[in-house]
Ligand binder design. Structure first.
Ligand SMILES: Cc1cc2nc3c(=O)[nH]c(=O)nc-3n(C[C@H](O)[C@H](O)[C@H](O)COP(=O)(O)O)c2cc1C
Length: 199
């Protein structure tokens, strides 16, 4: 992990997740699992961009038309998994996802994004949809491309979704020593109940 306090209590875990939003660490990138309407799991990388350790919440940004948004709106139960290869520590967060609708939070988050991040929302095309064939378009391919127009800030903002994952369970495993350490943290009364479990 980013610090040496280990996984025996929840607080160093949240410190490490929080640190990962300010400097790139092994926990900056998590793997978000959602289930679709058929129960089929889908897992993909997302960058954890903000953490609220007090409420046990992690946040990521995504395109509002992406498949994951439809999935988590139907079934908000999600998981986010991280692995720090150097420390040999895996964190599995489970909880409930919520698309943040509060405009002041959305505005402030959008304002914190650099040009590269805003560019991700510049295209009007739905992520995951087939790219239109250039030779099939009347304009020969000069518009509606996957890059889009980053100058249209309002359109990019409308496509941006800010997602909170309210974590209620953490499963942490540390494989770095001969004796493996595995702990479960369950959210109870605004704190974390800790149980050592069999690795
Ligand atoms: C290193 C890396 C970081 C990524 N970060 C994000 C992210 O923060 N948000 C996001 O929506 N997609 C991110 N992606 C792309 C997703 O993994 C995924 O391909 C995309 O969001 C479409 O997922 P969906 O069709 O399941 O919604 C990232 C991909 C990689 C490889």
């Amino acid at each position: 992990m980013a610090n040496d306090d280990g996984i025996a209590s929840a607080s160093p875990i949240w410190d490490a997740l929080d640190a990962a939003t300010r400097t790139r660490t092994a926990f900056t990138l998590g793997y978000l699992g959602t289930a679709d309407v058929d129960g089929q799991p889908h897992v993909r990388a997302v960058i954890v961009r903000a953490v609220d350790a007090e409420t046990g919440t992690v946040f990521f940004s995504t395109h509002s038309l992406s498949a994951k948004i439809g999935q988590l709106e139907r079934n908000p139960l999600v998981a986010v998994t991280f692995y720090d290869a150097e420390a040999d520590v895996q964190l599995r967060l489970e909880g409930r996802a919520e698309v943040v609708t509060d405009e002041s939070t959305r505005r402030a988050t959008w304002a914190s994004f650099g040009a590269g991040t805003r560019q991700l929302f510049a295209s009007p095309l739905r992520p995951g949809s087939p790219l239109p064939r250039a030779d099939a378009r009347a304009d020969g391919g000069s518009s509606a491309n996957a890059s889009g127009d980053a100058r249209d800030d309002a359109a990019g903002y409308a496509r941006f979704a800010w997602v909170a994952v309210h974590v209620n369970d953490i499963d942490a495993i540390d494989l770095s020593a001969d004796e493996h350490l595995r702990c479960r943290f369950t959210r109870v009364d605004g704190g974390w109940d800790t149980t050592r479990i069999v690795p």
